[in-house]
Design a protein around this ligand. Structure first.
Ligand code: CTP
Length: 408
C-alpha cells in the first residue's frame, strides 16, 4: 500500500542568529558562517565583546553579508534592526562557540549585553555548541549550568572530544563547522542527510496500554518524541511513512500515515499488516512486555485485601518482524537504566537485527534532546548529544548506509 507524499512537517528554519562568544574557537565560527550561508540560511552574527578580541567583526560581515552586531545600546543598528526587531526576525539561535562564561551567564538568566538579552527574551529554539578546556567543561559549576540549560530547553551540539588549543586532550572541543552543519542542515531545510525517495518506512512509537479493566491500565513511560522525530525526518527525506503509535500528546508529523493503537497485540497486528512491502522498520515504541491475562469487563471493586494480577508475556513485535522470510531492514531501540552497552549489544543479537539504538532511559525520557549510541556488527558509534530531531536524521543516515552496504 502506498500513501501520497506530502511536503515536510517542519517549516525550514532559515533565519539564524549566530552568536559568537569569546574563545579561541571563535575563528571556527567564520567557516561555520560561510557553510550556513551556503546551505541557504540567512545569518545575523552577534558577537560578545570578548569575541571581538579573537576575530574582527569585519570578517563575519564579509562572510554573512550583514553588519555584525554586538552592542545593545545603539538605538537602531546599522542594518536597521534594533534588538526587538532582531528577536522577531530570527527563527533560531545558535551560539558557537559557547564559552563556559557565556553558559554561566545565560544559565542564570543574565541579560547584560545584546546576545544574552536575545537569549533571555527568545521564544525560538536555542542551540549551544560549547568550546572550552576539558577541566572547565568537567567543572561541577559548568556541569550544573549545562544541566540547567538543558532543563530550560536549550539543545547542546557537542562538545567533541580530542586535542584542545591549550594542548590538553579531553571533552570540550567545538564540533568542526562541517559537523555542526551536517547536524543543522536538515533544520535549515537545505537538504536532508539522506535521500529516501521510493523507500517505504514503518515505525512504531509511544507506549502501549494494556487494559486491566475498563478504567485501569498498565503502560510504559514514553512520550513518543523519538519515534515522531524519526517519522518526521523520514518524511522530510522523501520516504513513504507509516507511523503506528500508542497514545501520545504529540501532533502527527504531516505526511505520515498514522495508525493509532493501544495494546501490544493491536500494535503487532498493525505492524504485520503494514510490513510486507516495507524497506525499513524502526521499532521505537516502548512496548509493554506483559499484559493482564484476563482483563475484567467491569470495573474491579476494591475489597481491601491484597490483589493478584496474572500477567502473560506480549509478543515481541521487533523479533517477529526480523524473523519474517524477507524482513525489512530492522532498527531496534534499547532504553536501559544501566549497563547500556552490554544490554543493547545482547538485544541486537537476540532479536537478530542489524542495528540497535541505545540510550539511558533516565537521560531521555520526556526530553527534547538525547545522547545515543548506535550498535551494529561493526561495533558501537556514539553520537554527540543533540535534539531528537537532529538525532533522527543521523540515525536514518546510519541505517541507510548500513542497509546499502549489506545489500551490495
Ligand atoms: N520490542 C517489541 N516488542 C516487545 C518488546 C520490545 O517490538 N514486546 C522492541 C522495542 O520497540 C525496542 C526493542 O524491542 O525496539 C527493545 O525493547 P526493550 O523494551 O528495550 O527490550 P525488551 O526486549 O523488552 O527487553 P527488556 O524489557 O528485558 O529490557
Amino acid at each position: 500500500m502506498t500513501y501520497p507524499t506530502v511536503p515536510p512537517r517542519h517549516p525550514p528554519l532559515r533565519r539564524w542568529i549566530l552568536g559568537v562568544s569569546g574563545g579561541i574557537a571563535a575563528y571556527k565560527a567564520c567557516e561555520l558562517t560561510r557553510l550556513l550561508v551556503k546551505a541557504g540560511a540567512e545569518v545575523q552574527v552577534i558577537m560578545t565583546q570578548a569575541a571581538t578580541q579573537f576575530v574582527t567583526p569585519l570578517t563575519f560581515q564579509s562572510l554573512s553579508g550583514r553588519p555584525v552586531l554586538s552592542h545593545i545600546w545603539e538605538p537602531r543598528q546599522d542594518n536597521g534592526m534594533d534588538h526587538i526587531d532582531l528577536a522577531r526576525w530570527a527563527e533560531a539561535i545558535l551560539i558557537a562557540p559557547a564559552s563556559a562564561d557565556f553558559l554561566a551567564r545565560i544559565a542564570h538568566g543574565m541579560a547584560d549585553d545584546l546576545l544574552t538579552t536575545l537569549v533571555a527574551a527568545r521564544s525560538i529554539p536555542l542551540y549551544l555548541a560549547p568550546a572550552m578546556n576539558q577541566a572547565m567543561w568537567n567543572n561541577p559549576a559548568n556541569q550544573r549550568n549545562v544541566e540547567q540549560l538543558t532543563l530550560d530547553g536549550a539543545i547542546f551540539l557537542g562538545p567533541g572530544e580530542g586535542q584542545q588549543a591549550c594542548g590538553e586532550t579531553g571533552m570540550g572541543r567545538l564540533l568542526e563547522p562541517s559537523e555542526l552543519l551536517s547536524l543543522l542542515s536538515p533544520l535549515i531545510g537545505s537538504k536532508p542527510l539522506v535521500d529516501l525517495r521510493g523507500k517505504r518506512i514503518v515505525l512504531t512509537a509511544g507506549p502501549t496500554v494494556e487494559a486491566i479493566d475498563p478504567v485501569r491500565t498498565l503502560t510504559n513511560i514514553s512520550s513518543g518524541k523519538m519515534g515522531y522525530a524519526l517519522a518526521a525526518a523520514a518524511v522530510i527525506s522523501g520516504a513513504d511513512v507509516t507511523l503506528i503509535s500508542g497514545p501520545t500528546a504529540l501532533s502527527v508529523p504531516a505526511g505520515c500515515h498514522l495508525i493509532p493503537v493501544h495494546s501490544a497485540a493491536q500494535m503487532r497486528d498493525a505492524v504485520l499488516s503494514e510490513i510486507q512491502d516495507a524497506d525499513l522498520f524502526f521499532s521505537v515504541a516502548a512496548v509493554a512486555d506483559y499484559t493482564p491475562e484476563s482483563p475484567s469487563g467491569h470495573k474491579i471493586k476494591k475489597t481491601g485485601a491484597p490483589m493478584t494480577l496474572t500477567l502473560v508475556p506480549t509478543p515481541d513485535i521487533l523479533a517477529t518482524v526480523a524473523a519474517l522470510p524477507n524482513p525489512p531492514f530492522c532498527v531496534g531501540f534499547a532504553a536501559e537504566s544501566q549497563h547500556l552497552e552490554e544490554y543493547a549489544k545482547r538485544k541486537r543479537l537476540a532479536k537478530n537485527i542489524p542495528l540497535i539504538v541505545g540510550n539511558l532511559a533516565q537521560r531521555a525520557l520526556g526530553r527534547d534532546d538525547n545522547e545515543v549510541t548506535l550498535f551494529d556488527a561493526n561495533g558501537s558509534h556514539p553520537l554527540s548529544p543533540a535534539s531528537k530531531e537532529i538525532l533522527a536524521h543521523q540515525i536514518l543516515a546510519h541505517a541507510i548506509t548500513l542497509m546499502n552496504t549489506q545489500s551490495t
